[in-house]
Design a protein around this ligand. Structure first.
Ligand code: NZQ
Ligand code: ZN
Length: 388
């Protein structure tokens, strides 16, 4: 196990009805609020009206910034930063999924920075402080509600990049599972594929002797597998939504990786090129790429894939060596993605061979990726071709 220094400062308020605390939580921090949200979903399901009423009760001065798109853009961040600076905003409130939360994070950090917020994506160390950030999560997927990442797209440069910095942890996050009842089936599936992928990125690593971290990861994967049918069959199953929501948070609040474990983070940069070039859902891209990456690195850590097959999928060894047992686990993973309705080939999301080379090149533009196998352009291209 590796040495570590782990601190997660986000206060999480979890449970039915907790959305109503948003006004008081904001008021504890300040009076002038920039409220960031996405499209029409929160107006249709009533979250907007509910949050608005709670903010009004506390007599907060609220400025609104709606219209954050999935795969959020730097232009929207710039608009928010300008508003915060002009109006002397004291805190950001982000109500939505990962796209809205990530936008809120970079607005909050950009408000304390003299230059252009895209600079953060060239050099993460330029993020040095932020104004406080309160979030109300409406979609279980990214873990953004309790982590220090923010992924933003720059349409001018065609890049979709992640910034990481401990400054970006939200101050307070309200996780009310009922807010996810209206998430459509395809987005629910994308979110579940994303959280599974987060666990994969932090499970298939070559760091030796991480038994506790492995069991945490396996517990998360088994729980996600067990509860997925419940939320797909009954979108208003409170306990189903609650379990999936907390799994999504735990899958990427850095506990698995930063508290002595390991991290791979190869399929994420590859997927970000797919969603940057084709604007597909992040979770969908991961469901396509991950089983192929798994096959590609199986020979380096076959024992880990065998452990995964036995412990997560309950596949009996039946005399097989690690490699063939691991392969059975990978096949089972792909079948599971298919079963829950996720795409498993690029063709299914309308991506052909035309731009694979360009995407492979971009994925390694800032250096080779991966740990188990270090991947350059040619290796990424091979994985993308396997994904066709
Ligand atoms: O725009 P609205 O109308 O709000 O609709 C959204 C959007 O169309 C809808 N939605 C959200 N909550 C809903 C709802 N619809 C009905 N009922 C609700 N309660 O869902 C759609 C997708 O929303 P989005 O926020 O884009 O989804 P997600 O949470 O999956 O976030 C994806 C983004 O996060 C990045 C991804 O790359 C992508 O840009 N990621 C962020 C990470 C992080 N910060 O740690 C890590 C991830 O690996 C990921 O890269
Ligand atoms: Zn992800």
């Amino acid at each position: 196990m590796r040495n570590f220094d782990y601190c997660n400062p986000t206060r999480v308020i979890f449970g039915r009805g907790e959305t109503d605390r948003v006004g008081k939580e904001c008021r504890k921090i300040g009076r002038k609020v920039l409220w960031v949200f996405g499209g029409e979903s929160i107006k249709k399901n009533g979250i907007y009206q509910r949050v608005e009423a709670r903010l009004r009760e506390e007599e907060l001065e609220v400025f609104q910034l709606g219209g954050v798109k999935p795969n959020p853009r730097i232009d929207k961040v710039r608009e928010g930063v300008a508003l915060c600076k002009k109006e002397g905003i004291e805190l950001v409130l982000a109500v939505g999924g990962g796209s809205v939360l990530d936008t809120g994070k970079i607005i909050a950090a950009g408000t304390c920075y003299a230059g252009d917020p895209w600079d953060f994506y060239i050099d993460n160390s330029k993020i040095t402080s932020k104004i406080p950030l309160v979030t109300v999560l409406t979609l279980a997927a990214t873990g953004s509600e309790m982590n220090h990442n923010a992924v933003i797209t720059n349409e001018e440069t065609g890049e979709k990049l992640g910034a990481k910095n401990p400054v970006l942890y939200p101050t307070v996050s309200i996780l009310d599972p009922e807010n996810t009842y209206t998430v459509p089936r395809d987005q629910t599936v994308n979110g579940i594929a994303d959280m599974m992928a987060h666990v994969f990125e932090q499970y298939f690593h070559p760091v030796p002797e991480t038994p506790l971290q492995d069991r945490w990861a396996e517990g998360l994967m088994k729980t996600i597998i067990e509860y997925t049918p419940r939320v797909l069959e009954n979108p208003t199953d409170y306990d189903g939504r609650a379990v999936i929501m907390w799994c999504g948070t735990m899958a990427l609040n850095h506990l698995l990786e930063e508290a002595g474990g390991g991290g791979e983070w190869t399929c994420h940069p590859i997927e970000h090129e797919l969603s940057a070039a084709y604007d597909i859902a992040h979770g969908a891209g991961l469901a396509i790429v991950f089983p192929q990456w798994m096959k590609y690195v199986l020979d380096v850590i076959p024992h880990k894939f065998a452990q995964f097959a036995e412990r997560v999928w309950d596949i009996p060894r039946e005399g097989r060596d690690d490699y063939s047992l691991g392969l059975a686990g990978i096949e089972r993973t792909k079948q599971w993605f298919q079963q829950i309705g996720a795409p498993v080939t690029l063709k299914e999301v309308g991506i052909g061979p035309e731009r694979l080379e360009e995407m492979a090149e971009r994925a390694v533009k800032r250096g080779k990726i991966g740990v188990t196998k270090v991947l350059g352009k040619e290796e990424v291209l091979e994985i993308l071709k396997m994904s066709l």
